[in-house]
Design a protein around this ligand. Structure first.
Ligand code: SF4
Ligand code: SF4
Ligand code: FES
Length: 247
């Protein structure tokens, strides 16, 4: 492994540089980098623990401490900037067995969710999960909402969960929140959320072939025309095909 920036001992960093400890080794890295960029600058080739690089996939959960601070922090490596004196390690993933369920055979109820994830009844309301969440979700409130049968509230509260597992690492009840939240969102979507009538109508129209003609016409057009049409539609105009067809 190329270890660019590795330093033997802690020195005063140059301006705009920071000394960070990755897996226990000190590296001098530009201080404007994210933790993920700093690891790559230091020569680490990230094979695991990296995905979208945009704060959406939850693959880059990182644990760190800051200089002179006893707190243990958990954040996303792709979203968090390095600080001088930071000790960090990236967690490849948070291990958890994913229970299998058959959505068609389930009911949207607290009892059903608890039968699959009985550990949620062990929540002691410590709120450690909320403190850990890089998405500013409130996992504790979502867990409590499930326990009282309010799956709608739990779905709303956990909608932005990116399954990073930071809450799970902290939870004394050993709840795998991200698996629980995935189940309740599925239950909510299938059994509770009102059907989107306009979507059903459009699907029926497609199945009946209403758009077959315009689609064939569209596919026969040159690429440059597609680009022009895309810009028109992107700007809020209706799609008007060159020969007058309109959808
Ligand atoms: S709820 Fe848990 S798994 Fe989901 S984003 Fe927050 S910390 Fe990550
Ligand atoms: S960390 Fe676990 S026990 Fe604590 S509030 Fe969150 S779900 Fe409950
Ligand atoms: S790489 Fe996807 S959230 Fe960081």
């Amino acid at each position: 492994m190329h270890e660019k920036g590795e330093v033997k001992e802690k020195e005063e960093p140059k301006p705009d540089m920071a000394t960070v400890y990755i897996m226990g080794k000190a590296y001098e890295v530009p201080s404007e980098l994210t933790i993920m960029q700093a690891q790559e600058y230091a020569g680490y080739r990230l094979m695991r623990g990296v995905g979208c690089r945009g704060g959406f996939c939850g693959a880059c959960t990182t644990i760190y401490r800051k200089k002179g601070d006893y707190n243990l922090y958990i954040d996303l490596a792709c979203q968090t900037k390095v600080e001088d004196g930071m000790y960090l390690v990236q967690i490849p993933f948070v291990p958890a067995e994913k229970p299998k369920w058959d959505l068609d055979a389930l009911e949207a109820s607290a009892e059903e969710v608890i039968s699959i994830f009985p550990e949620i009844t062990r929540c002691v309301s410590c709120n450690s999960c909320t403190e850990a969440c890089p998405q500013n979700i409130e996992p504790m409130r979502a867990i409590q909402a499930i326990r009282r049968g309010d799956l709608k509230k739990a779905t709303e509260l956990s909608f932005d969960c990116i399954s990073c597992g930071a809450c799970t690492v902290r939870c004394p009840a050993e709840i795998t929140h991200y698996h629980v939240f995935q189940l309740i969102r599925r239950l909510y979507g299938k059994y509770i959320q009102p059907r989107a009538e306009h979507t059903a109508k459009r699907v029926k129209e497609i199945e009946e072939g209403k758009y077959d003609g315009p689609m064939e016409q569209l596919l026969s057009l040159p690429e440059d025309t597609w680009k022009e049409l895309f810009i028109e539609v992107r700007d809020g105009n209706p799609l008007e095909l060159p020969e007058g067809g309109e959808t």
